[in-house]
Design a protein around this ligand. Structure first.
Ligand SMILES: Cc1ncc(COP(=O)(O)O)c(C=O)c1O
Length: 460
């Protein structure tokens, strides 16, 4: 094995897609050496909820391709919208120019908040939306004479992206610690994690305790704090950690009382993932900034957006250039991505998606019910279209794969793949985050495969 990755074992024949990829592509979120033991999935195409490997194996995409794909791969309606737009305007700069898709998308997103979040600023991916919200918050305070409000608060276990600003408000050690010296420290408050409830206590207990810690911090530091950023209802990347909406309500009230902005990062939980279109709806409050990405383009194209209140927008409106928000990205408001997003919103509107997802949720709950009694797992939980459970440490290493060198998550991934499923646990948390199009047969397949992969991984 060479230091640059596996070589083609059949030197005379053509290299496989995996081999070519390992020689030329640096894959994200990956220790590349692991692919000496764990093969890459070489994908030929996608079709509805399925990804099809070059060898023909079909994998049900149980995690919506990193939580982005809402209505399946190669969705006919989104395809058509993008194809139409391709012949109209593929891209134009958004400074000094505008176009129908970006205007319509902004109008429709704002309308979904009842007009409370009246202005949309566009980025490309999730991390860029977080950067925008953080900078905008500080700049808004600066524009009203409070340049000292430049600190941020995040929640234990929060994930907001990998760029330096976003990583600065991320509290997932594996992503953050190596870059510690490059980051601006944020205040970190306790997680409202429902699993922290004492016996007999409801999920509101930890929600309230976490909010109390926010209050304590605000009482000391609020004059220096620009914003609190949260992942409302589910802290996804740290293992689908769910909390009671009461946390969101309480921190909204605290932000109002102490003069701190609330940033809701709905990059993962927005667009219906939590059960409502926006997760904040379940708390009955709106943030000052709401970040969306991932599902907003149906999982097709990089697009992110920060929705903000008109009152904040007005703080930048002036004759003075330095008061303006001069942030930009070349592909801001890309028309193709906006058309994909408009087609996505059309599907939500025309197909009663949120209502049908409630029925899907109940059906899949039934299929996973056996896990409630399974001594190998704990904390089976669901929020909208996210299911998760934690697999206890047993001391067993499993026998289905070369377990000496692979983690639980990697072994589970391999066992799921053998069962025709794409699932990637986070640590020992197995989660399902499927697209919103699964039939009952597909849900049975998903549940059967997820449970079968658990048995195989634990070697039972
Ligand atoms: C809550 C949350 N915020 C931000 C991001 C960063 O988004 P991106 O990977 O598109 O930069 C993610 C990505 O998983 C996320 O889950």
């Amino acid at each position: 094995m060479s230091a640059v990755g596996p070589q083609n074992p059949n030197a005379a024949g053509p290299a496989s897609l995996q081999e070519r990829s390992l020689r030329s592509v640096w894959h994200p979120c990956t220790q590349m050496k692991v692919h000496e033991r764990l093969p890459l999935l070489a994908l030929a195409r996608g079709e509805g909820a399925w990804l099809i490997e070059t060898g023909g194996q079909r994998l049900l995409d149980g995690i919506s391709s990193w939580w982005v794909n809402l209505f399946g791969h190669a969705n006919a309606r989104i395809n058509q919208a993008i194809a139409e737009q391709l012949h109209i305007l593929e891209h134009a700069m958004l400074a000094g120019c505008t176009h129908e898709p970006v205007v319509q998308l902004s109008e429709r997103l704002s309308a979904l908040t009842g007009g409370v979040l009246g202005h949309c600023f566009y980025g490309s991916d999730g991390a860029s939306a977080v950067e925008i919200a953080l900078k905008m918050s500080h700049h808004a305070w600066r524009n009203v004479g409070h340049p000292e409000k430049c600190e941020f608060v995040c929640v234990r276990g929060d994930y907001h992206g990998e760029s330096l600003g976003a990583l600065g408000v991320t509290d997932v050690p594996i992503f953050r610690d190596v870059y510690h010296a490059l980051l601006r420290a944020a205040h970190v408050v306790a997680s409202p994690d429902a699993r922290l409830a004492a016996p007999g206590e409801s999920a509101r207990g930890p929600a309230h305790r976490a909010a109390a810690q926010v209050e304590q911090l605000f009482a000391e530091r609020a004059p220096h704090i620009a914003a609190l950023i949260i992942e409302p209802l589910v802290q996804c990347a740290s293992g689908m950690v769910m909390h009671d909406p009461q946390f969101v309500r309480e921190v909204r009230a605290l932000c109002d009382a102490y003069g701190v902005h609330l940033i809701a990062d709905e990059i993962a939980v927005g667009c219906g993932r939590s059960g409502t279109f926006f997760a904040c709806e379940q708390a009955g409050v709106w943030p000052d900034f709401l970040c969306l990405s991932k599902g907003i383009s149906g999982g097709y194209l990089p697009l992110s957006v920060v929705l903000t209140r008109t009152a904040i927008y007005e703080k930048f409106y002036s004759e003075e250039i330095a008061r303006a928000f001069l942030h930009s990205h070349s592909y801001t408001g890309n028309p193709l991505a906006c058309r994909a997003a408009l087609a996505t919103l059309d599907i939500f509107r025309d197909d009663a998606v949120l209502e049908k997802n409630r029925a899907r949720g109940a059906y899949l709950d039934g299929l996973l019910a056996a896990l409630r009694e399974d001594p190998r797992v704990e904390h089976l939980r669901r929020c909208g279209m996210i299911w998760a459970f934690d697999v206890r440490e047993t001391g067993q290493t499993g026998r289905a794969h070369d377990s000496a060198s692979l983690s639980f998550a990697q072994r589970y991934f391999a066992c799921a793949r053998e069962r025709g499923l794409l699932l990637r646990p986070i640590g020992r948390t197995v989660y399902l985050m499927p697209p919103y199009i699964l039939s009952e047969d597909e849900m049975q397949y998903l549940a059967r495969g997820a449970l079968g992969a658990l048995d195989a991984t634990l070697g039972s």
